[in-house]
Each structure stands twice: as structure tokens, then as C-alpha cells.
Design a binder for this molecule. Sequence first.
Ligand SMILES: NC(=O)c1ccc[n+]([C@@H]2O[C@H](COP(=O)([O-])OP(=O)(O)OC[C@H]3O[C@@H](n4cnc5c(N)ncnc54)[C@H](O)[C@@H]3O)[C@@H](O)[C@H]2O)c1
Length: 465
Amino acid sequence: MRICVIGTGYVGLVTAACLSHIGHLVVGVDVNRRKIARLREGLSPIYEPGLERLLRVQMAAGRLAFSEDVESAIVEADAVLIAVGTPPRVDGHVDLRHIEAVLQTLKRAFERVAERTMRLVVSKSTVPVGTARWMAEWFRTSSLGSQVLVVSNPEFLREGNAVHDCLYPDRIIVGAEDARAVPLVHQLYRPILEQTFPTPDYIPPRPDGLRHVPLLWMDWDSAEMAKYASNAFLALKISFANEIANICERVGADVLRVMEAVGLDHRIGPHYLRAGIGWGGSCLGKDLLALIRLAEHIGYDPALLRAAYATNVAQRRIVIEKLRAALGSLEGRTIGLLGLAFKPNTDDIRDAPSMAIARALQDAGARVKVYDPVAMENAKAEHPDLALSYAVDPIDLARECDALVLVTEWEEFRHLDLAALRRVMRGDLLLDGRNLFDPEHARRAGFTYMGIGRAVSASRAHGAG
Ligand SMILES: NC(=O)c1ccc[n+]([C@@H]2O[C@H](COP(=O)([O-])OP(=O)(O)OC[C@H]3O[C@@H](n4cnc5c(N)ncnc54)[C@H](O)[C@@H]3O)[C@@H](O)[C@H]2O)c1
């Protein structure tokens, strides 16, 4: 199939690369000219493991191209995938301005072609319930009539594992209300549904036993709701773990042992139960808030969802409270943040706890030093208002710090020489915001260790010291 992917961000770019890998001819388009220029040189504008290699292979094979001429790419395509951003407005409702702009572009492009062929428009962006219905109605009442088939196809990939998730999804959800979309969607996803595409060494290996990916057909509204419900549940799970951690700390239990026990219950499962300083990123907070606003809008009080959101806001503040408890006033203190990305293996800092913590520390009069393997350029570009000192490596970060805060659990941080960090610091406090380190190991390296919900380990460490 000839495919046009509109928006070459975290979702669109990975989707474009993966669809070309499974055999389609794909053109990725974007209004951001800098992104397209970079992509044309075979350089990925985002950090996503394995993506750049895949892009280059597909571009060299002639199956993948990038263009800023959005309309022409649309005209040439059998299917158009929309993957533009749907950021939150200040009131928490979804800002649909990019979707609206895309609709206008689609209409102009489709009207350019004299013959009225059927077009598949696939909405991958996360949009409020009712958006696909509204889009379809918008096309139906335009000059295009019913030649445009709108399907809702929410995306579930995780940044940092995006290529894997795109090629080996747990399920593909399609909201459609016109049977003519069925063969086209099958054609689009067949190699993924049947797992028939090749897996060369630059592709994450196929999970053992995966032979078939379920495709769930449903109405537009249910498909859109399924995306919000999934993200709300993930947010709820993490907030639950964090709340349990806060209680563990006060009663002397260790949240790691508690959640290990809880997660082995097959009705619950081990994922998304890691306590820490809260979730972030471009999706969980935005989508949870959008669902809360949607519920409120229809007169329903989403008490559980609001609590999950509030727990997360409070969890970020715990860092400041713990630092104050250990150091007293933060005025004039130097605090080093290990990690800025909202999670490992991405350079994404949208709604990252690191930024909220840095701002709070700065407001409290502290000097904030930061280090992240890949996210520092984004932090500089997106938060020029923060007076952060950017370190070149973890040792440079630790120099003269009163305390280090582990914010992002990058794998390379797990193997840090803690004693070497401690030696160049002024103070001895290590606040492990992701419970990455072994408390005993940190203590032996000379640190006063504080985790999240690890009262037992922490007090033992102090006691032994
Ligand atoms: N990032 C994720 O992990 C993730 C996962 C699942 C779903 N989603 C959803 O997918 C959507 C995209 O998210 P993202 O993280 O890829 O966003 P992003 O901001 O990384 O990318 C969006 C891209 O769309 C481009 N764009 C905006 N308006 C355009 C227009 N009119 N024409 C062409 N290009 C345009 C932007 O320049 C940008 O490059 C959102 O709705 C998001 O909620 C994201």
C-alpha cells in the first residue's frame, strides 16, 4: 500500500519506519521543516533505540521517504495515518488544533484529484471520545461526501520500546463504522497481524511464541475510550504503588518486597507497580486529565481518576520534602539531578518529574546541576527559563553537590561507581527517586541513602553506619 503518515514525532516516525519495514511504501510528512531536513539526511530527530538504523535501511531500500509537501504526499496515498500531537490545553481539555489543521489539509489534497477514489484516513493520535465520529461527519458534509473512510486506531507504543511495540503489539484496536474499511485495514496491518515480516538483526527479536496479533473491531467511541481507559489504568497502578510506598515508609515496610509479593498475583501482574517519584511523559498525565475533564463535562465525578492524578502531583513534591528533612533549608545548597528524561531510553522531557523538581528546587534557592545521557538538549531548548548547570558526566554532576537525586533509572546509572561520586561531593546524601540502587551498597560507598518507601533498608543502613 502507498501510505502517508502525517506527523513525524514519536508515534508517526516509528509507525512510518515500521510500516515500510513490513512492505508498504511510506512517505512521512511534517510541518516542521527542520525535522524533515534531518530525516532526509537519515538522522532521527528523536532518541529511540534502533530507530535510526531502521530509518536508514528503509530509506536506502526506497520504501521510506520524507517530505514537507504534505498535500502531494496525501494525494499519492491509499491510506493516510494521522499522528500529530494532541497536547493539553491549560484547562486540561485536549487541544485539537493540529487535528483540525490536518483535516483542512486532507480536504484540500483530496479535492485536488478529479476522480473520487475511496480514501482511508486512520487516526492514530489520542483524541477525545467523539472525535472520529465528528471527523467522519465533517468529511461527509464536505464536497468529499462518503469517499473518506475514517477509522480510529489508537496507538499504544511505549517510548524507549517503540519499534518493538509497533511491530509486536499486544493488540490492534480499530474503531470503524463502515464495512468498506475492513479489507483496507487488514491490508495495512496483515504482516503484523500474521507476524510474517522478516526480523533482521536491526529489528528487535520477535517475542517467543508470537504468531498472531489480535485485531479488535469496535465502534469509534469505544476505540477512543479504550486508549484513555488503558492509560488511566496504568497511571492508577503507579499511583497505587506510590501510595503504598508512602505508607510502607511510615510503618517500616519495604515497598520493593511488598510489590514483589503483590505483583506475583496473576490477577494483578508485576508491571507498573514500581514506586518512585511519580509518572510523567507526554501521555499518562495528559490523557488522565483529558478523561477527568471528559467525565466532568458529562456530569460524572471521576473520584478515582482524580485521586490518581493528585497522588502523582504530591509524589513529585516528596523529593523536596525529603531533601528539606535531611538538609534543612535548601537555600544555597547544590543539588544534582541524575536523569532528566521522563523515563529511560528516551530523550522526551514532556511533563517529566525532573523539570517540576528542578523548578521547585530553584524556587527554594538551591543551585541545580543536571545530567542525562540524551535529554539535555531538549531540556535546554524547552526550559530556557530554568537556570540549570548542565554536567558533562555523572562525576562532573556530583562535584560540590550537597545531595544527588536519582530521577531517571537509566541502566548506565545502575553501574555507577558510587564511591567515586561520593568523593567529589560536598555532602553525602543520595535520594534514590526510583529505588535503583542497593541501599547497603550505597551506604558502603559513603552515602546516606534515602529511597522511596524503603524505610526498613534505609533505617538499617543508618543503623549499620
Ligand atoms: N509519544 C507516545 O509515547 C505516544 C504513545 C501513544 C499515543 N500517542 C499519541 O500520539 C499522538 C502523537 O504523539 P507524539 O508523541 O508522536 O507527538 P509529537 O509531538 O512527538 O509529534 C507530532 C508531530 O506532528 C507534527 N505536526 C503537527 N501539526 C501538523 C500538521 N498540521 N501537519 C503535519 N505535521 C504536523 C509536529 O510537527 C510533530 O512533529 C498524540 O495524540 C499522543 O497522545 C503518543
